[in-house]
Design a protein. Structure first.
Length: 152
């Protein structure tokens, strides 16, 4: 990923680490980003909700590399369809299957569960209104438990 252009890395990390939806990625403005505080604010997310999302060190580095912009300027901009098209093109260029932009969000949730975070934390990070939605990302834990019990 580090060889991708910085704007693509930001798009990938906003989806795959921050767990933003396509519309949240393209709607994010520089005024919603607090690099010093290590967080961003999703304004008007799903259901019109606002939430605060913590940023990874790699995402902060890439956002800084994009340079500072006026508060009203979009970080990525364009439309969700354009963002999907850019991801599709990148996947084709590097020879990996395109699974959709939403798959990055699933990656973010799965990574958090595998890192040991509680489903409530995952739900809050991803902006789920119900912790049950985050259970999707916890399915791997069931398999791990089954494997452990079979080996005991």
């Amino acid at each position: 990923m580090d060889s991708a252009p910085v704007e693509m890395r930001v798009l990938l990390r906003l989806g795959g680490i921050a767990g933003l939806r396509a519309s949240e990625i393209t709607g994010l403005k520089w005024g919603d980003v607090d690099l010093d505080g290590g967080a961003l604010t999703v304004v008007n997310g799903k259901g019109g909700k606002t939430r605060r999302v913590l940023l990874s060190a790699s995402l902060i580095t890439d956002l800084r590399a994009l340079g500072s912009h006026a508060a009203e300027v979009p970080v990525i901009g364009r439309t969700p369809e354009a963002a999907r098209g850019r991801l599709r093109t990148l996947c084709r260029q590097v020879g990996v299957p395109y699974l959709g932009l939403h798959a990055l969000r699933h990656t973010a949730g799965t990574r958090l569960v595998r890192a040991g975070f509680q489903l409530q934390d995952v739900a809050e990070h991803l902006g789920h209104s119900d912790v049950q939605t985050a259970r999707t990302y916890g399915k791997w834990a069931d398999d791990r438990l089954k494997d452990h019990m079979r080996g005991s």
